[in-house]
Design a protein around this ligand. Structure first.
Ligand SMILES: Cc1ncc(COP(=O)(O)O)c(C=O)c1O
Length: 334
């Protein structure tokens, strides 16, 4: 499906990120550059390794990692005496990053690129499947993802040695001898056989799921066309998002209601909506880490303040989408 040759099935997307950092040799005191606008699971494994995250803002075009801010973050690391050991670019809410631009910067500097594609399975970038450009990429099959095994993940890599190591470490790093021999610290990060079976069934319906999610997004967009103050998560012409989540931002100066108000209004109708991820540079657990904002001001901060993730499940019925649309119209157009 992805056309990648080497993959390791593991217990979660978080485990896959941890393994990616392990096989790249990320260790105590290293810098790892990471998108700021993401779920905390992207950044936690950097700390598991005792490394220091350096957070990078989003670009306006895709809300994903800004290549210009990435280049600036690499310079900041250089000025502190060493280049980052890896760049972890997150593909947010079903949409690929501008991965060619990011990969070109990484290649110029000789820094390995890991794509966190936990949210972007099924997306396209210039016609190629998302997460096939970086040196390594990780996927999540957590319960809330576009396809699920109820919980597991996968790591793919261009270098077969990376995958070999990523298959060895999750089995408590057991050496290939008859008795139980261990020369490295390992993990219990394997995907269970039952979950693998569920995943093999689910993967076949990925295209259907993508179509369903995109159709939900299109219905929201058409129904709210012309509503003041709405900015939909953009989709640059050369990318095809899965619209894993339908996400909008509300311009506080123009919209009738702010993001918190909209979430409350929907909740009153028993419709669950959620804020956009709180950026990592604002998380108390990462206080003191370097953050490089966009040159025109922090995009991730604005998206956190203004963003709302709408109900987006692939199995939503027409009537359920209609009900959400009506509640949105009442809140935003009244
Ligand atoms: C961007 C991102 N990275 C990593 C993960 C972690 O995946 P998992 O829940 O399978 O550990 C998730 C989702 O859960 C995610 O949204």
């Amino acid at each position: 499906m992805l056309g990648v040759r080497h993959a390791a099935a593991v217990s979660s997307g978080t485990a896959a990120i941890h393994l990616a950092l392990l096989v790249l040799g990320v260790a105590q005191g290293d810098f790892v550059i990471c998108s700021s606008l993401t779920f905390v699971a992207s950044a936690n494994p950097i700390r598991y390794q005792g490394a220091e995250p350096v957070f990078v803002d989003s670009e306006l075009e895709s809300w994903n990692m800004c290549p210009v801010a990435l280049a600036e973050a690499i310079e900041r690391c250089r000025s502190r005496g060493r280049l980052p050991k890896a760049v972890l670019a997150v593909n947010l809410y079903g949409q690929s990053s501008d991965i060619d631009a990011i990969a070109a910067i990484c290649a110029r500097e000789g820094i390995p690129l890991v794509e966190d594609a936990a949210e972007s399975l099924g997306a396209l970038y210039k016609g190629r499947p998302s997460a096939t450009t970086g040196d390594l990429a990780v996927f999540s099959f957590n319960g809330n993802k576009i396809i699920t095994t109820s919980g597991s993940g996968m790591l793919v890599a261009k270098d077969p040695e990376h995958v070999k190591r990523a298959r060895f470490l999750p089995t408590q790093a057991r050496e290939p001898v008859r008795h139980y021999e261990h020369v490295a610290i390992g993990f219990n990060y394997r995907m269970s056989n039952i979950r693998a079976g569920v995943g093999r069934g689910q993967i076949r319906i990925l295209p259907e799921r993508v179509r369903a999610r995109r159709a939900i997004f299109d219905r929201y967009r058409v129904a709210l066309d012309g509503t003041p103050g709405i900015e939909w998560m953009p989709e640059p012409a050369w990318r095809a998002s899965t619209r894993w989540l339908s996400v909008l931002a509300l311009d506080r100066a123009v919209a009738l209601i702010d993001s918190g108000g909209l979430i409350d209004r929907l909740a009153a109708e028993l419709i669950e909506a959620r804020p956009v991820w709180k950026p990592m540079h604002r998380q108390p657990v990462f206080a003191g880490c370097v953050y490089v904002p966009h040159s025109s001001g922090s995009v991730s901060d604005r998206l956190f303040e203004e963003g709302v993730c709408l109900p987006s499940g692939s199995s939503m019925s027409e009537q359920q989408v209609d009900r959400v649309i009506l509640a949105l119209q009442q809140a935003l157009q009244a």
